[in-house]
Write a protein that binds this ligand. Structure first.
Ligand code: CA
Length: 229
């Protein structure tokens, strides 16, 4: 599962440079030239991180950051603000509205990559790890195995990918559409009810060790993987 980054920037030259750079670094990139376009992109596919320009026409980056951090669906997504050089006041405001980091323009490709890595490591450490452990349930990416209490739990490849996604995004609610996008990949036409089928299979696979109750239905919203019962 690749890490998805949304880049919101109205200046085409910067947007293209950044998108090229982060694609080269192995990330998947979504581009938006305005907040309106970002909203459309997010509705379609929830990113793991947002690079958000401070100065955007219409709704500013700062206003949009505030909105994102208030929304249950998006508040966990880390935001790196792109700001103009030396604007201390902006920096403070950025952190006040919940931005996780900022980069001052012009920035180097290396600096950008380092910031992205640092923020992801801090906010979603599990995305990088080979073995994820949530409350005794262990998922091993290299051997493609799931273990609990010393027992191996058998499941299909889709259930495995879904569990990996859930375990790297614990406590977050995802709609069926978002799960389809993240677990099956975009541009695939699959009925949203398919998600329910695989959720049932995943619960069944986790049931022998009582981890099925972590896969929770959130009425009217979708599903969540949570250790809070
Ligand atoms: Ca701008």
């Amino acid at each position: 599962m690749s890490i998805k980054i949304l880049m919101v920037e109205d200046e085409a030259a910067i947007r293209e440079m950044v998108c090229f750079t982060i694609t080269q670094a192995g990330y998947q990139v979504l581009e938006a030239e305005s907040v309106a376009a970002a909203r459309v992109a997010i509705a379609d596919s929830l990113p793991d991180l947002i690079l958000l320009d401070w100065m955007l026409p219409g709704v500013s980056g700062i206003e949009y950051a505030r909105t994102l951090k208030k929304d249950e669906m998006t508040k966990h997504i880390p935001i790196i603000m792109l700001t103009a050089r030396g604007d201390e006041f902006d920096k403070i405001r950025g952190f006040e509205v919940g931005a996780d980091d900022y980069i001052t323009k012009p920035f180097s490709v290396k600096e950008l990559q380092a910031r992205i890595k640092a923020v992801l490591r801090r906010t979603a450490p599990a995305l990088d790890e080979e073995i994820i452990d949530v409350d005794g349930l262990r998922l091993d990416m290299s051997s493609h195995r799931v273990m609990a209490n010393g027992n191996s739990l058998e499941m299909g490849p889709t259930e495995f990918r879904m569990l990996h996604f859930f375990m790297s995004h614990v406590e977050r609610v995802f709609s069926r559409g978002q799960l389809l996008d993240r677990v099956w990949g975009g541009n695939v036409y699959i009925d949203e009810r398919t998600v329910d089928v695989h959720i049932r299979r995943l619960r069944k696979a986790l049931e022998p060790e009582k981890y099925d109750r972590y896969v929770q239905t959130v009425r009217g919203a979708g599903y969540r993987f949570s250790t809070r019962l």
